[in-house]
Design a protein around this ligand. Structure first.
Ligand code: NAD
Ligand code: TDX
Length: 328
């Protein structure tokens, strides 16, 4: 297949591209924002075409879509804390960007997979076992998740109104190599590696449902291959952990005192708990996560950050300076 991968120089997109070049002809469209890097694609640089450009550039997007058999749309502004500080780029990249992709795939009849998040469903109470399903009503809480929800709604409307062949996936929190050091797990690991104390927002009772990035991307491939146009698939690996447990586990795995972290100002509107019911993905598409031992996945991720300081090192001081300004 000739694949157009938007946001392919970011965390999940780069891992997706690494796993796709053997069997497919891949073009990456990426604006190389602060979150995207050529270096994340260095292992496959000779096998892909990397186009530096914006998903809101209709002329460029239309040209690239016309040359593709399928589009996998990862490109987005993704960090909740950045959205709280300045939402405008989220509206542009996430909403206008998705609209631009939809118009191009409509014009050229190209298959689209739109990558989204479980945050569109809002949050769940801490003291229930309820999980998000395809039927859960959208109820986003943050400027980030509301723009992702808006993008999902556009995709659904383009499917219904114009017959666009699109699928949507809403995945839980990813971890693994090449994740930007602004995010919780890489931030915690690289804080320890650079002699800083990790930071826990609020009490740390908030729960996230963790999935290894390779398991997410394997699910995306199952959906691309056999997913039903117009359908939404929820992706999750049934690995709920509260933030306090995650920070203590990382510290322990890195040979530190598990209490060697700081409590900092909580995130405004902080979602309490996310949890995905992935049953339809097991039953209908035969997908199952491979990285089921979270501590083992964290250990491998710690090793990766230890071995790849040349990739994340140049980003670290800038990110921590921004956090310090916000008291986090
Ligand atoms: P990321 O921030 O690491 O990467 C985003 C990439 O998109 C970067 O390479 C950036 O340069 C590019 N980009 C941003 N705006 C662009 C624009 N206007 N035009 C072209 N490129 C642009 O993000 P990620 O964590 O890899 O997330 C990828 C996708 O997966 C996003 O749509 C996100 O909402 C979704 N998602 C992420 C998670 C997670 O835990 N990280 C979970 C569920 C869903
Ligand atoms: O230093 C920190 N300390 C801390 O306690 C950071 C950076 C975060 N946190 C908390 C906030 C969250 O409860 O850890 C949790 C995870 O935070 P993030 O890594 O910022 O992820 P989250 O806000 O849950 O969103 C992520 O998963 C869903 C991605 O960034 C989104 O793009 C994706 O849609």
């Amino acid at each position: 297949m000739r694949l157009l991968v938007t946001g392919g120089a970011g965390f999940i997109g780069a891992n997706f591209v690494h796993g796709s070049v053997r069997d497919h002809e891949v073009t990456v469209l990426d604006a190389l924002t602060y979150a995207g890097s050529r270096e994340a694609l260095a292992p496959v640089a000779g096998d892909i075409r990397l186009v530096e450009g914006d998903v809101t550039d209709a002329e460029l997007v239309t040209k690239l879509v016309a040359e593709a058999d399928a589009v996998v749309h990862f490109a987005a502004e993704t960090h909740v804390d950045n959205a709280l500080a300045d939402p405008e780029p989220f509206l542009r990249s996430n909403v206008v960007g998705t609209f631009t992709i939809l118009e191009a795939v409509r014009r050229h009849g190209v298959r689209l997979h739109h990558v989204s998040t479980d945050e569109v469903y809002g949050d769940l109470e801490l003291d229930t076992r309820r999980r998000f399903t395809e039927e859960t009503p959208y109820n986003p809480s943050s400027p980030y998740s509301s723009t992702k929800a808006a993008a999902d709604m556009l995709v659904r409307a383009w499917v219904r109104s114009y017959g666009v062949r699109a699928t949507i996936s809403n995945c839980s929190n990813n971890y693994g190599p090449y994740q930007h050091v602004e995010k919780f797990i890489p931030r915690t690991i690289t804080n320890v590696l650079t002699g800083r104390r990790p930071k826990l927002y609020g009490s740390g009772a908030n729960v996230r449902d963790w999935i290894h990035v390779d398991d997410h991307n394997a699910a995306v491939w199952r959906i691309l291959a056999d997913g039903q146009a117009g359908r939404t698939y929820l992706i999750g690996a049934e690995c709920e952990r509260d933030n306090l447990t995650v920070i203590r586990t990382i510290l322990t795995l890195m040979g530190r005192d598990p209490d060697d972290f700081d409590h900092v100002t909580d995130r405004a509107g902080h979602d309490l708990r996310y949890a995905i019911d992935p049953t339809p993905l097991y039953d209908e598409l035969g997908w199952a996560p491979k990285h089921t031992d979270f501590d083992e996945g964290l250990r491998a991720t710690i090793d990766w950050y230890r071995d790849n300081e040349s990739w994340w090192g140049p980003l670290k001081d800038v990110v921590e300076a921004a956090y310090e300004e916000r008291g986090q």
